[in-house]
Design a protein around this ligand. Structure first.
Ligand SMILES: [Mg+2]
Length: 329
């Protein structure tokens, strides 16, 4: 395992019964669980926490964005398996002073996400707490054996990403630098506040069985590609010059925000990362709807991710994406 958040998950899964079997086809360790409730169909299940002062801040983030993002983050893991979002459960902990207008505005954002992704609330739980905490469980479905795991990448497969990478991290950096109230930067906050998901692309890929492995980009390309490679027992070589990085306005470049670094290590993009056997790679279009799709490299034998830099020289890519439990260095 490549880092300590993964170690923590390993410790939990070793102690709690969690193996695949019976109706559970894919269990802990992938983007979502896959359940086969009856012949011909497959359910896909995942859960996600979204916590005040860990994932969002009341003094910065608008309540609508918090509600939208809570549900979008969870739903992204269904898209990562190629499932159609169907139902969700909401567990919500709130201080008493958040049960009035703040709650109403938060729910406007969550409703927007539910309508956009086609989700229906199936139940949940609420509790009083010192800080706001969301726990979202999402259920999606698809035809039997449609779900794309992380573990199927093989040497020679092409590596694809969708969208422009680093856009959400650029928004977060602007927030962290206290410039988020300036109207001229408002459009740069969009992917941080209201992340777009690639649900339709995930379904499109899964139904055609084009991908050998797939996951969503939640913690940054350098971290997530290493996870996909670990799960598949392979390495990867990607090319800096092919990576579709966010456009960074000049004033922010001067303040040290580098498009390639944002694209490699920035979290919360919620696009898809997937691999396709070479013979099928030509069937991947340059875009699907408004979602742009880019080949950034290939899967290779061995371990680790190699990055071809802007001068064409290869070097090891260190995973510097988001990890709650990474030891301080
Ligand atoms: Mg995921």
């Amino acid at each position: 395992m490549s880092n300590s958040e993964d170690d923590l998950i390993q410790r939990i899964r070793r102690r709690i019964p969690s193996g695949v079997g019976g109706e559970l086809r894919t269990g802990i360790g992938d983007d979502a669980a896959v359940i086969s409730p009856f012949r011909g169909r497959e359910w896909v299940l995942s859960t996600d926490q979204f916590l005040e002062n860990v994932h969002f801040r009341m003094d910065v983030h608008p309540p609508q964005a918090i509600g939208y993002k809570a549900l979008a983050r969870a739903t992204s893991d269904l898209g990562a398996m190629g499932a159609k979002p169907r139902l969700f459960l909401l567990s919500l902990a709130l201080p008493a002073n958040r049960t009035g207008p703040w709650l109403d505005r938060m729910l406007i954002g969550m409703r927007q996400a539910a309508l956009r992704f086609g989700l229906r609330l199936a139940g949940g739980d609420t509790a009083k707490s010192g800080a706001v905490a969301f726990n979202l469980t999402v259920l999606g479905d698809g035809p039997s054996r449609h779900a794309v795991p992380r573990s199927g990448a093989r040497p020679g497969d092409a590596v694809f990403v969708c969208g422009r990478l680093g856009a959400a991290q650029l928004g977060l950096e602007i927030v962290l630098r206290n410039a988020y109230r300036q109207p001229r930067w408002r459009r740069l906050l969009r992917q941080h506040y209201y992340p777009d998901l690639a649900i339709d692309l995930g379904i499109w890929i899964a139904r055609r069985r084009l991908a050998s492995a797939m996951m969503d980009l939640s913690d940054g390309l350098s971290t997530d590609l290493a996870r996909l490679c670990d799960a598949s027992g392979v390495g990867a070589r990607i090319d800096s010059r092919a990576i579709p990085a966010v456009t960074v306005p000049e004033p922010w470049r001067r303040r040290g925000l580098d498009p390639l670094a944002l694209a490699l290590h920035g979290g919360e993009d919620y696009g898809l990362l997937f691999t396709v056997p070479k013979r099928r790679a030509s069937r991947i279009p340059a875009s699907l709807g408004r979602t742009r799709i880019t080949c950034i490299g290939e899967i290779v034998r061995g371990r680790g991710v190699e990055l071809i830099d802007l001068d064409g020289k290869p070097k090891a890519l260190v995973a510097k994406g988001w990890d709650h439990f990474r030891p301080a260095t």
